[in-house]
Design a protein around this ligand. Sequence first.
Ligand code: ASP
Length: 293
Amino acid sequence: MLAIIVNGGAGSSKALTPEEQEIARKGVKKAAEAGYLVLGKGGKAIDAVVEAVRVMEDEPIFNAGTGSALTINGEVEMDASLMTMDGHFGAVGAIKDVKNPILVARKVMEETDHLLLVGEGAIKFARHMGFVKHNPITKRQQEKLAKLKEKGESHYFPKLKKYLKYGTVGAVAFDKNQTVAVANSSGGIRGKLPGRVGDSAILGAGTFASLFGAVTATGHGEWIMKLLLSKITVDLMKTYNAQTAIELALKEAKKYGCLCGIIGIDVKGNIGFGKTTEYMAWAYLRDGALISF
Ligand code: ASP
């Protein structure tokens, strides 16, 4: 059995127009198919999730890579991470001017002794690894930031809540050797302060994998970090299948008003997903059958 599930972010359904939701639907399907193709060729789960996330980073509708949400200063600072079930982890935080943060995170995992590189250091590392300069700022995101600023409340992060637009991308896969892996990439939350690092770069928060399964979360990063949402979900997979584990974790998240979504696969290959938000873009492929939101 082969399986992959991807998400294109959770949030308010009003954040995307019906046309944009259609583009997001196509985008998650395309990413799931790209990842599944890797699995079908005998590729590893980690290769599949990286490919799926890379595809979504290159689709400007998603808040990751090109098309990322802007900081209050109008810049793009991206977070990304990935993890295998045998404990390999790599991440970048607040990285600028690269096309695919997930590929840089993979280099952190494979080429360094560290888990997380941030800011200037992450950019220097990326250049050293051969990643060329790329401007991920889109006009659409500039307009969205301008609107946010017009409405005021732009400096006080918690007050931005009602304008939140999530769109982090994530993928979890299960390969022919029955190993699972996860990857996650995000532009963070619009209007964030420069230097803010969200859950997408943090082990156990936006990304976690262990012998029981692999999970990625999207949504309000500060809460996802406080709850270590991906870690508690994967821990629940010790006892429950992926869907039940995710539902239990979301029940906990709801207690705190945490706006989020979770996708995951347990070590038996069961897929799970859910959200506390109105909307989440997702798609999965299991044994050749494609299902999407
Ligand atoms: N979790 C991301 C963050 O807080 C945002 C998102 O999921 O879109 O940085």
